[in-house]
Design a protein around this ligand. Structure first.
Ligand code: ADP
Length: 249
């Protein structure tokens, strides 16, 4: 699915990601943890094409993606969310999802004239798909409210919904539960497990350790830019190097 080979990223003299290699394999939900400043966000930016690598390669479904721009990576089926939500506050919740659908024929002015029927069919399809996603995220009742009226946690769920409109094979989530209330966290957990059961792979950065242990089959641990350990939640919890990294030695 996702393979990193000797990935390195420097900011001036600082090595934010240092020769990191791993393979997500066929794992349903994988986690990335590590103390603050260990390079997790930088690694996610590298995978999703927002930063360019200094050296190394990244492949997704056996195709090289390092060097490609974010939209090309997303079109290949690898989508991500951000720590800060990017919903469009003045559009309705429903229209936020519809506008996230890729390759809309209606965006092409000629298609509007010559393929009006196809455009209408596509719009109906995207609308139905968006309603279905809202239903699964338990946001249907809010479909017609401006997205800016939703709570912060609901906006984070909506952002996940926008990602789902692109039918991703792998979703990268950057701190999905940060700042959201416990009830919504449980909704999010249910949604993530359901997505996993439908075959969508998930890779998340998360500080909520009990949640990481509950959700992730495999956890990758970073410290000072390096990958220091990969294993099951039990193995990670008992690993001396991981404990030292968190205690600051
Ligand atoms: P984490 O997500 O694990 O907290 P980051 O990837 O944000 O870690 O940061 C790793 C290191 O890289 C930190 O020392 C941080 O200060 C540095 N860093 C991150 N982004 C930049 C940037 N755009 N410019 C310079 N330094 C950066």
């Amino acid at each position: 699915m996702l393979v990193l080979n000797n990935v390195t990223k420097r900011f001036g003299g600082l090595i934010a990601v240092n020769d990191v290699s791993f393979d997500l394999g066929d794992v349903g939900i994988s986690g990335l943890i590590g103390p603050n400043g260990s390079g997790k966000t930088t690694l996610f930016h590298l995978i999703s094409g927002f930063y360019t690598l200094d050296s190394g390669t990244i492949s997704f479904m056996e195709k090289r993606i390092s060097g490609l721009p974010p939209h090309a990576i997303s079109q290949m089926g690898l989508s991500r969310t951000f720590q800060q939500t990017r919903v469009l506050p003045f559009l309705s919740t429903l229209d936020n999802l519809i506008s996230a659908a890729p390759n809309q024929a209606g965006e092409n002015i000629l298609a509007l004239f010559f393929r009006a029927k196809k455009v209408r069919q596509e719009e109906a399809f995207n609308r139905e798909k968006a309603m279905d996603i809202l239903d699964r995220l338990k946001l249907s009742d809010l479909a017609h409210l401006p997205a800016g009226d939703l709570s912060y946690g609901q906006q984070k769920l909506l952002e996940l919904g926008r990602v789902l409109m692109a039918d991703p094979r792998l979703i990268i989530l950057d701190e999905p539960t940060a700042g959201i209330n416990p009830t919504l966290i449980r909704d999010l957990v249910t949604t993530l497990k359901a997505l996993r059961d439908r075959g969508i792979k998930i890779f998340l950065v998360e500080h909520n350790m009990p949640l990481v242990a509950e959700l992730c089959e495999r956890i990758h641990v970073m410290d000072s830019g390096s990958l220091i350990f990969s294993g099951s939640p039990q193995e990670v919890q008992g690993n001396k190097r991981v404990i030292e990294a968190y205690l600051g030695r």
